[in-house]
Design a protein around this ligand. Sequence first.
Ligand SMILES: [Mg+2]
Length: 156
Amino acid sequence: MTEVLTGATVRKWIEKTAEVMAENRSYLTELDSAIGDADHGNNMDRGYKVVVEKLPEGDDIGALLKAVSMALISKVGAAAGSLYGTMFLQASKPLIGKSEIGFEETAQFFDDVVAGVKLRGKSDVGPCPSRRQAASTARTRRSAPMRSASWMRSMR
Ligand SMILES: [Mg+2]
């Protein structure tokens, strides 16, 4: 049995992320108010609304991820737009023209997410929970194919 991640599933992830950003806009802004200028929830919600509007037709996974990158860079702005935009841009590059990917490319996707954050954030995997999670997910995808198959089914 071959498990694959399809462009349709990636589109659903992106649309679901937009819903989660909208639902948690106030909470993200509340968290940002403790350390920043209290605009993160509003910025991410605004960015993801544009992401959904700008998603291209079709099931090209790289094109979908690149569209996320471009929308976040142009609409979120500041450090978060640049960080998330670079992350999605890095991860999109090897996937341009692909409408489905298997375990190895899915693991590579998470490696590229980590690489994109490192590149823009000038940091390494360490205390940041999101970087640790992405790095851990990449390792799991490679080391546990059965768990990966279950995970890929759960993402549909
Ligand atoms: Mg801010």
